[in-house]
Design a protein around this ligand. Structure first.
Ligand code: GDP
Ligand code: MN
Length: 355
């Protein structure tokens, strides 16, 4: 169907439309999806829920950027292209060079020895080199890939996730832009401690050397346990992310990423892009610039978030809030830790959610 005409919307956060490559009436935004040829089937199922709950609506129709460290097959391109309405731009790109793989300063034998240990210890993906490449890429490079560079906002999507509520006329990108939000998430969890053993030590060294990059009204209380000033393990689950890439492209974040990358923890340990993004957002942003998208029904196994009180105009969910309790409200969750930094009583919030 042809796009429905509506008034020109200037990107209020930049004041201009010059960096909008696709449709000047909309925020400069795209879905960014890193995956492999083998993910085709899972990806198609994910696209069905994303298109039907959000992107197929005439005012949305945001473009897609698919990225892969290998070449996307002709079959992958054809099937993905066919699954998305023809007027929606779809691009396929390759991740190459320093963006993917171990940097020269990593001692490979030392790294491999640690993978062996992690794998025997039962750490998820503990023995995987490609998973570590992925985490490093998502931490430091996706936002400067040539196909992603033209956009300001992105929505990260993965194969096999599901979007469970019809967003009706709600557009998360416009919401972010119009409310000055820089980072948006749905689920927040505690990290597996063994994957980030020395991460916090390095984070603290970095910010002690670079105090100018910390925001006065930041969310540091979300990521620290107050007694020890150590890492609380709380992080935004980055398989869903809607954010303003000015955050990652900033001098502050690039300094942070480069510092961490030099420490080698993406390879000697298994630092995830979720704690790296979360710690950076929590240190560098005003906590009010971080948005919890409670209204987005979202599943990435084994966790699920289903809103309790779907707003009036956004009331079709293919999930129930009770289901979400099992996954989203257990001891892994950090949802009440987030409430706590706004002065809310975590126990009262928990009770309210459960009633
Ligand atoms: P998990 O969510 O932490 O269990 O990790 P996933 O296996 O879902 O990987 C996270 C994202 O990175 C997904 O979008 C995957 O498709 C993608 N991914 C992971 N490893 C690779 C890889 O080696 N190559 C490519 N192209 N994508 C990868
Ligand atoms: Mn995943």
């Amino acid at each position: 169907p042809a796009p429905v005409p509506h008034p020109v919307v200037v990107d209020t956060s930049t004041g201009d439309t010059s960096n909008v490559p696709f449709d000047p009436r909309k925020p400069s935004a795209a879905f960014v999806i890193l995956c492999r040829n083998d993910d085709l089937s899972k990806m198609l199922m994910t696209l069905q829920t994303l298109e039907s709950t959000f992107n197929s609506k005439p005012h949305n129709r945001y473009p897609y950027v698919f990225l892969n460290d290998d070449e996307f097959s002709q079959r992958f391109r054809t099937r993905i292209r066919a699954a998305i309405p023809a007027d929606v731009k779809v691009e396929f790109g390759r991740v190459e060079g320093e963006a993917w793989g171990m940097p020269s300063w990593i001692d490979r034998p030392k790294a491999e020895a640690s993978w062996k240990k992690a794998s025997h210890g039962g750490m998820p993906y503990g023995g995987s080199e490609s998973y570590r490449n992925m985490c490093r890429f998502q931490s430091g490079y996706f936002f400067r890939h040539p196909l992603v560079l033209p956009y300001r906002y992105y929505w990260r999507v993965e194969p096999d996730v599901r979007f469970l509520c019809d967003l009706e006329d709600f557009d998360p990108f416009r919401y972010m832009r119009d409310h000055g939000k820089k980072y948006g998430y749905v689920l927040s969890l505690h990290e597996i401690r063994s994957t980030v053993k020395t991460l916090w030590v390095h984070v603290r060294k970095w910010y002690q050397q670079n105090p100018q990059y910390l925001h006065d009204n930041n969310a540091i209380n979300f990521i620290t346990d107050r007694k020890e000033m150590g890492y609380s393990m709380c992080h935004f689950w980055s398989n869903f992310e809607i954010a303003d890439m000015e955050l990652w492209r900033s001098e502050a974040y690039l300094s942070f990423f480069e510092y961490l990358d030099k420490q080698g923890g993406f390879y000697y340990e298994r630092w995830g892009d979720a704690p790296v993004h979360s710690i950076a957002a929590a240190l560098m942003l005003d906590k009010n610039e971080i948005h919890y998208f409670d209204n987005v029904g979202y599943m990435h196994a084994p966790f699920l978030h289903c809103p309790k009180d779907p707003p009036e105009k956004q009331n079709r969910c293919w999930c129930t809030h009770e289901t979400s309790l099992i996954y989203d409200d257990n001891h892994w969750s950090c949802r009440y830790d987030w409430d706590a930094i706004f002065g809310k009583d975590p126990e009262r919030e928990r009770a309210r959610f459960n009633e």
